[in-house]
Design a protein around this ligand. Structure first.
Ligand code: XMP
Length: 310
């Protein structure tokens, strides 16, 4: 594929679609939404409003880091603090699809709806890629960012049109484009991170306290495997407890699962054979998180498992 051509075609198409209007981009800091934001900024300049929504489900320090990275590239990003709205919408929910739905609606209707109105925008740019559409249409899983393909008309439901410039690319293609538009290597090579963020890695209810645990475990796993070259590595908090001992006392503690996979596009994945000494070190660090007394390594490929747990 001629990616330079892809870039100029998409820039022209965005200009044609948006005309003299205002468009919004919701940046998450992942490679997909980052590429979309850069393409749209090229196409629209100041007609583009980019926001980053802090949904309380992000990794440690992520919102501030993303905003300052884009500022460094000359793309202004407004940080919207919607932590309360998301935590309220998720309170009491344990079913995976209900959790995903709550995130979708809070994002597109409440938070976005408000931001779009404020900016007078008629278009929302989306980082949807081909794999998201295929898996959703096949009924494998509803990705949080798929609307039209499952019969939700965003114009009727939320009041704006959705543009999806990357919908013909897979992850490897998006990374090629990221390099060509000069996104920092840190973003171009970033491991995938799901739109529902850490909520995809908490089985059971998402609360601030449980988010704190999975966030701490995620930071450890990302640090330990940063140079592994694996496709994706993650930590998951289970909705179960196990007996353990801490400080000579019985503790009925939380369980964290570590997952390290190799894949080219996340449609299928194999499990990385991690050296024992690395696994032991990861286990020791993770069980130092207060309240966590077990750490498991997931040996399941995709299929039959998916990458995320929710
Ligand atoms: P699964 O869990 O479906 O994940 O095997 C496949 C790849 O997609 C990522 N993922 C998501 N990305 N929104 C996203 O943007 C989502 O709702 C979502 N769910 C999973 C996952 O991290 C993996 O790379």
């Amino acid at each position: 594929m001629d990616y330079q051509r892809f870039i100029s075609d998409q820039v022209a198409e965005i200009q044609r679609d948006v005309g003299r209007g205002i468009a919004m981009s919701a940046l998450s800091g992942g490679v997909d939404s980052s590429v979309v934001t850069v393409l749209a900024h090229r196409a629209l300049g100041s007609q583009l409003k980019t926001i980053f929504v802090d949904n309380a489900l992000m990794r440690a320090g992520e919102p501030q880091h993303v905003v300052s990275t884009f500022k460094g590239m000359g793309i202004p990003v407004e940080l919207i603090d919607a932590r309360k709205e998301f935590l309220q919408a998720l309170a009491g929910l344990t079913d995976p699809e209900e959790k995903r739905n709550a995130i979708t609606h809070t994002f597109y209707k409440d938070v976005f709806g408000k931001a779009v109105k404020k900016a007078g925008a008629k278009f929302l740019l989306h980082g949807t890629i081909l794999t998201d559409i295929e898996e959703t249409v096949a009924g494998v899983k509803r990705q949080h960012n798929i609307l039209e393909q499952i019969g939700i008309n965003p114009e009727e439901a939320y009041g704006y049109k959705v543009l999806e410039p990357l919908k013909t690319l897979r992850k490897d293609g998006v990374r090629e484009v990221a390099k060509l538009v000069n996104l920092p290597g840190e973003i171009a090579h970033r491991i995938p991170f799901p739109g529902p963020a850490l909520a995809a890695r908490i089985v059971g209810e998402v609360t601030e306290e449980r988010l704190g645990k999975v966030r701490a475990a995620t930071a450890i796993v990302e640090e330990e495997f940063a140079r592994s070259g694996a496709f994706q590595y993650l930590a998951v908090l289970l909705n179960d407890r196990a007996t353990g001992i801490r400080g000579g006392r019985r503790e009925f503690g939380e369980i964290i699962v570590v997952r390290v996979i190799d894949s080219t596009d996340a449609r299928e994945a194999t499990v990385r054979e991690v050296p024992w000494d690395t696994l032991h070190r990861v286990c020791r660090r993770i069980t130092e998180i207060p309240g966590v007394n077990r750490c498991l390594y997931d040996l399941t490929p995709k299929p039959p498992a998916t990458v995320e747990y929710v």
